[in-house]
Design a protein around this ligand. Structure first.
Ligand SMILES: Nc1nc2c(c(=O)[nH]1)N[C@H]1C(S)=C(S)[C@@H](COP(=O)(O)OP(=O)(O)OC[C@H]3O[C@@H](n4cnc5c(=O)[nH]c(N)nc54)[C@H](O)[C@@H]3O)O[C@H]1N2
Ligand SMILES: Nc1nc2c(c(=O)[nH]1)N[C@H]1C(S)=C(S)[C@@H](COP(=O)(O)OP(=O)(O)OC[C@H]3O[C@@H](n4cnc5c(=O)[nH]c(N)nc54)[C@H](O)[C@@H]3O)O[C@H]1N2
Ligand SMILES: [Mo]
Length: 701
């Protein structure tokens, strides 16, 4: 048995330091890396990765479709045939069709590596090829990244999780870190703080694993109404004179505008806890107690999840959370936070990645609207008529909002290609599917969400005929005549060696042996310099301070300071659906592997009051409908969710019965590609639905 350090090159944001155990060229298990610090633990998705690697469903050879789209009928072909076809189609599109005829999508499949990074490799290839439609934005954090530039300019807003040992209060606002991780240290750091007597508060429509595992306080809030709850917290802070006026004055610009709004000077409505309770359903006394504790306990780390901004109007809580940290004097303080995206990384140890050679030009489309851009094209006001869809490391048929629309987009395109290691719902609709390696079949340097680099060894040879994305793009670049520009004469392994040599890692052998390189300071707080001396270290905003009021933001057509904005109710669809991330999946990954599927709770959570009203009992199969579509799903009746809200995890692969009804509970049947504005980000947690017992399939009746 030999052991080698590895690290998940996956999109859950963990990137944990792990150890692969190999016996006779076979990967037998994965455990924690013994050289890690005690807070850096992996999770079941990493430990159980051998189940994905050796799954019987792994794609073995390239596939070319020979049945209707989506039928799953393909013939296995030799690499030469598949690559020649893909290359011919790309070059034809380039010559015969207009600018933007090719739409490259994806990148989250492997996204933490320096070389085997599906975002970087894809962009490098298509930048050199040309004729592509430029895509901007992302599904994860677009609204918060959008507002951040107005609030802070370019500053980093992350924190090193070790700084939580200095917090006296931790607020997880729509963040379910027991399941979604937010870096491999966050959970144990928060748990340790709680054990040491620090209160941890979770604000979520569901009583999540984070609440039960950490033993924290649960404050329920209706989804998409966080801006209301935040406004009421500000009202109490003002009313109780708990605003840190020094912090407000030295660090921010325009607080007075917001203060007028909170007090009701603009619209005659003071944003009191009584008012807030009517909309966000958090009890007024809870709001008051929470605000007082928050205003009197320093330092307080407000850690917002990304969920609060994947909502309609999600820009507002993303701005208001920062105001809360300014108002309570927690910006830049060790043990505090900026109140903004904690995944917005602080600088890494110096180490390069494979880079873009040439960017794609032209008017961009927003990724959230990709199917609309394909279906509507220039006639619909989009910049191009798209002929070719090219997916690398994503499952957007499933993960993009509105599956019906995504299928329509596939049917509109002339040709579609996918690189993956499974025949995902996206791959099933493609014309050509190219089998790729997993991270365990190649060397890479991994960037986790902390001041570390991890080394991830190749622990087994590529299975079957799978190839690295890098090598696939090399073949296509060769056929298109720009191989040297793509590779700069380096193989993938030579790239890893080249980047390491130029990195700050001095003892490369040691790094490969332990798998862990630690940067100099692991107790950094975003905006610490600025907060310590805002004159010496101003932000690059017009005022040099945090812009609570922004003239530039006003140009978007929305309020220059944060206000509450809530999706209007719809009587036909009275329930609010949230679609959180599943503990045992990374989005849609692992759904096809029985071990994970059997252990993942993929039921629709529903409160007993809502169930009773509809004659639904625990275990029933029900129909969930929205304006976009419908799906069938089993119900879990539970008090762990607020009444008026239902929840089902994203990432389930769809399957349809003879009538065309989706029967697995694949939530993007219900979501819409109408984005939140002005950022144009996703709003997958703002879905209005109705649930009916119409399809009840009860034993004996
Ligand atoms: N296991 C696992 N971990 C992951 C991922 C994964 O797929 N699986 N994906 C990774 C990626 S790419 C991302 S972007 C992040 C996503 O990170 P998040 O967006 O933070 O994760 P979610 O699970 O969508 O939501 C977190 C919690 O917010 C609650 N919530 C939903 N809507 C609202 C709301 O309007 N207000 C409040 N206060 N709470 C709300 C949900 O009930 C849920 O418990 O997770 C990363 N980590
Ligand atoms: N309703 C709803 N929908 C959502 C969300 C939500 O909260 N609710 N969350 C959204 C968010 S935040 C995100 S980030 C997106 C994610 O959406 P996707 O990016 O589509 O996520 P995955 O399902 O993880 O798809 C990644 C694919 O890449 C493949 N893969 C893994 N490694 C490699 C590799 O090295 N090379 C190649 N070529 N392929 C590889 C995997 O097998 C998998 O099929 O989903 C979004 N969709
Ligand atoms: Mo994401």
């Amino acid at each position: 048995m030999i052991t080698l350090p590895v690290s998940c090159n996956k999109d859950c944001g963990g990137g944990c330091p792990l150890l692969a155990h190999i016996d006779k060229d076979r990967l037998v298990k994965i455990t924690n890396n013994p050289f890690r610090n005690p807070y850096q633990t992996g999770c079941v998705r990493g430990y159980q990765m051998p189940r994905a690697v050796y799954s019987k469903d792994r794609l073995k050879r390239p596939l070319i479709r020979n049945g209707p789209r989506g039928s799953g009928k393909f013939r296995e072909v030799l690499w030469e045939e598949a690559l020649d076809l893909v290359s011919r189609k790309l070059l034809e599109a380039k010559e015969e069709h207009g600018e933007g005829a090719i739409l490259p999508l994806g990148g989250s499949g492997s996204c933490t590596g320096a070389v085997h990074n599906t975002a970087l490799l894809k962009d490098r290839f298509f930048g050199l090829l040309g004729r592509c439609t430029r895509v901007v934005g992302d599904y994860s954090e677009h609204a918060v990244e959008f507002v951040k530039q107005y609030l802070f300019g370019k500053a980093h807003t992350g924190l090193d999780p070790g700084t939580l040992q200095f917090s006296n209060l931790i607020i997880l606002w729509g963040a379910n870190i027991a399941d979604t991780r937010f870096g491999c240290e966050m959970l144990l750091r928060v748990r340790e703080a709680k054990k040491g007597g620090v209160p941890v508060i979770v604000i979520d429509p569901r009583r999540t694993a984070t609440v039960s595992q950490i033993g924290s306080q649960w404050i329920p809030v209706l989804p998409g109404t966080d801006s209301i709850l935040m406004a009421a917290v500000l009202w109490v802070l003002m009313d109780e004179e708990l605003i840190d006026r020094d912090s407000v004055k030295s660090l921010s610009y325009g607080f007075d505008h917001l203060e007028g709004y909170i007090k009701g000077k603009e619209d005659g409505q003071p944003k009191t806890p009584e008012w807030a309770e009517g909309v966000c359903r958090t009890p007024k006394d809870v709001i008051r107690r929470f605000a007082k504790a928050y205003g009197t306990t320093k330092p307080a780390a407000l850690i917002p999840g990304l969920s609060i901004q994947r909502t309609w109007g999600g820009e507002e809580p993303s701005r208001m959370a920062v105001v809360l940290q300014v108002a309570t004097g927690n910006i830049g303080a060790r043990g505090g936070s900026t109140g903004s995206n904690v995944l917005n990384k602080l600088p890494y140890p110096k180490c390069g990645t494979i880079k873009l050679k040439q960017g794609t030009k032209g008017t961009p489309i927003q990724v959230y609207r990709w199917p609309d851009a394909v279906i509507e094209g220039k006639n619909g006001g989009y910049p191009s008529d798209i002929q070719i869809l090219y997916f690398v490391g994503c499952n957007f048929l499933n993960q993009g909002s509105d599956i019906h629309k995504n299928i329509q987009a596939f049917n509109k395109a002339d040709f579609s290609v996918c690189h993956d290691y499974f025949l995902t719902p996206t791959a099933r609709y493609c014309d050509v599917v190219l089998p790729v390696t997993t991270f365990l079949e190649r060397e890479d340097i991994i960037f986790p969400r902390s001041n570390h680099l991890f080394y991830s060894h190749k622990v087994i040879e590529p299975l079957y005929e799978s190839r690295n994305d890098y090598d696939i793009f090399c073949e296509l670049a060769d056929r298109a005549g720009f191989l040297k520009r793509y590779t700069e004469n380096r193989t993938a392994d030579e790239w890893v060696a080249y980047l390491l040599k130029r990195s700050e890692v001095e003892d490369i052998e040691q790094f490969k042996k332990t798998g862990i390189y630690e940067g100099k300071d692991n107790l950094r707080t975003g905006l610490a310099d600025f907060a310590s001396d805002p004159v010496e270290y101003p932000l690059n905003t017009p005022s040099g301070r945090i812009e609570i009021y922004s003239e530039k933001y006003k140009e978007t057509g929305f309020s220059p300071y944060p206000v509450y904005r809530v999706l209007p109710a719809d009587n036909e669809f009275p329930l609010r659906l949230v679609t959180p991330h599943a503990r045992l999946r990374i989005h849609s990954q692992n759904y096809n592997i029985p071990w994970f599927r059997d252990r993942q709770d993929d039921r629709l959570w529903m409160h007993p009051i809502d169930a009773k009203k509809r004659g639904i009992i625990d275990g029933d199969k029900v129909i969930v409908k929205s304006r976009q579509g419908s799906m069938k799903i089993e119900v879990l009746v539970t008090e762990d969710i607020m009444s008026g809200v239902v929840s089902a995890c994203e990432g389930v692969w769809p399957s349809f019965d003879e009538d065309g009804t989706e029967i697995n509970g694949s939530v993007n049947m219900l979501t819409s590609t109408d984005p939140t504005e002005p950022s144009m980000g996703s709003r997958t947690h703002s879905v209005l639905v109705e649930v009916s017992a119409g399809a009840i399939d009860r034993d004996g009746g």
